[in-house]
Design a protein around this ligand. Structure first.
Ligand SMILES: *Cc1c(COP(=O)(O)O)cnc(C)c1O
Length: 419
């Protein structure tokens, strides 16, 4: 949660009043503060810098807006991509292939061929993928994703490092995987694990680092292979609730690197933050369109639903909300903030104490930059919303609102149905 400036009862983002942005661009609209993106990137990179060389791979599934990828490219970021679509978006945003690491799961041969053609690095998820990749090319820089049997996360859906999950080469097969890779003619450069998402303490990251260091040493002693990059994945959480504490990234960097330096062959540590870099840079602005009181509840009806931001409905996630044009006013009533989708599961926020809301007020939904727009849909035939980038009082549209034509462009009605 970022602290936004309050100007005469108005929330200010990127030097502009949120309510003015809403009036100018319409709602719902995702609004990203460019300076915040750069600050977050630099904070996590700089936490590692004093300890050892670090590669920050932005996990772009959190946010693939080309303008945001441009900002991170300018900052020198690397990329963690999980699909050919993400790889191509990053290439179009100007990332050179060597700064992109592709980490797929259950990768088809078709996608593998496309990935190889792009010349990006490949983080191999299984022995099957290794064999299939070798049939396409062995001129690929590869690392392995191991299942470290260390899992953590804000919801069972996002725990990826536990033994029971589908991800990575099982720990007891990882030496065999490197052995086989060498036999096939690859020269693997690294080892990777990703434990999950929304992790707030340092301990699971230390634990996974120790597992990776142990494997690296075994790879070196048994196969004579010195792996250069130890990649601890992403998953650094952020404080979504006012009472949550921010992760101490200095401690995270210090503790993790102290387990690596001088203890294995790795010269570089890689991290893959998605949420940490982009979540709090963005608010979703949505207009109050309807206010309803039932016997025991007050509903604040807004023009954003789970088509716009699915995390509350899908994970039960908390997103802080504020009335942007009554910013800082004390709460008066408890509201459920609900959207226009025809399902009772369609909510943005539940049981929130807010100043009295009226039609036309603008609600700001905090921390919407990660897994916000990228998980949005056109459910109920509503186009995805506009995205706007703000910086020092300037606002630019970085993605237009989808029109009905956009939604229908790929549809075909067989002529026999036209009579
Ligand atoms: C999703 C993902 C990440 C990023 O997760 P965050 O919780 O956004 O930091 C990093 N690495 C891999 C392989 C992922 O799938």
């Amino acid at each position: 949660m970022r602290n936004f400036r309050n100007e005469e009862g108005n929330m200010v983002i990127g030097g502009l009043r949120a309510a003015d942005i809403a009036a100018r661009f319409g709602t719902p609209v995702y609004v990203t503060d460019e300076s915040a993106v750069r600050e977050n990137y630099r904070r996590i990179r700089d936490a590692f810098k004093p300890h050892m060389p670090v590669r920050v791979h932005f996990a772009c599934k959190a946010n693939t807006a080309l303008a945001i990828l441009r900002i991170l490219e300018q900052e020198g970021s690397h990329i963690d991509a999980v699909s050919i679509g993400e790889v191509d978006a990053c290439l179009r945003a100007g990332f050179p292939p060597h700064r992109i690491l592709y980490t797929g799961v259950n990768v088809s041969d078709r996608e593998l061929k496309q990935i190889v053609a792009r010349g990006v690095n490949v983080n191999v998820d299984s022995l099957s993928e290794l064999e299939r990749l070798a049939r396409i090319s062995t001129e690929v820089n590869i690392s392995f994703r191991v299942n470290p049997q260390v899992g953590a996360g804000h919801h069972s859906h996002v725990v990826t490092g536990a033994k029971s999950t589908k991800f990575g080469v099982p720990k007891d097969l990882i030496i065999r995987a490197y052995d086989r890779a060498l036999e096939l003619g690859f020269m693997p450069f690294g080892l990777h694990a990703h434990i999950g998402a929304g992790v707030q303490d340092v301990a699971p990251f230390v634990e996974v680092t120790e597992v990776l260091v142990g494997i690296m040493n075994e790879v070196e002693s048994r196969l004579g292979l010195k792996l250069e990059v130890l990649d601890i994945g992403g998953g650094v959480g952020i404080p979504y609730r006012p009472e949550d504490k921010a992760m101490d990234v200095e401690a995270y960097a210090r503790e993790v690197t102290s387990r690596i330096k001088g203890r294995c062959s790795a010269k570089t540590v890689a991290i893959e933050p998605g949420r940490y870099i982009i979540a709090d840079t963005t608010v979703l602005l949505t207009t109050v369109v309807d206010v309803k009181e039932t016997g025991d509840k007050r509903f604040c009806g807004v023009d954003a639903g789970f088509n716009t931001l699915v995390r509350p409905a899908f994970y039960g996630s908390y997103h802080h909300v504020a009335v942007a044009n009554k910013f800082g006013r004390p709460g008066e009533f408890t509201y459920d903030v609900v959207g226009p989708i025809c399902e009772s599961g369609d909510f943005i926020a539940k049981d929130r104490l807010l100043p009295r809301v009226e039609e036309g007020d603008v609600i700001a939904v905090y921390d919407a930059g990660a897994y916000g727009f990228t998980m949005s849909s056109s459910y109920n035939m509503r186009g995805r919303p506009r995205e706007v980038l703000v910086k020092d009082g300037l606002a630019s549209v970085i993605r237009e609102e989808e029109s009905l034509d956009d939604l229908l462009r790929l549809e075909r009605i067989p002529t026999r149905l036209m009579i």
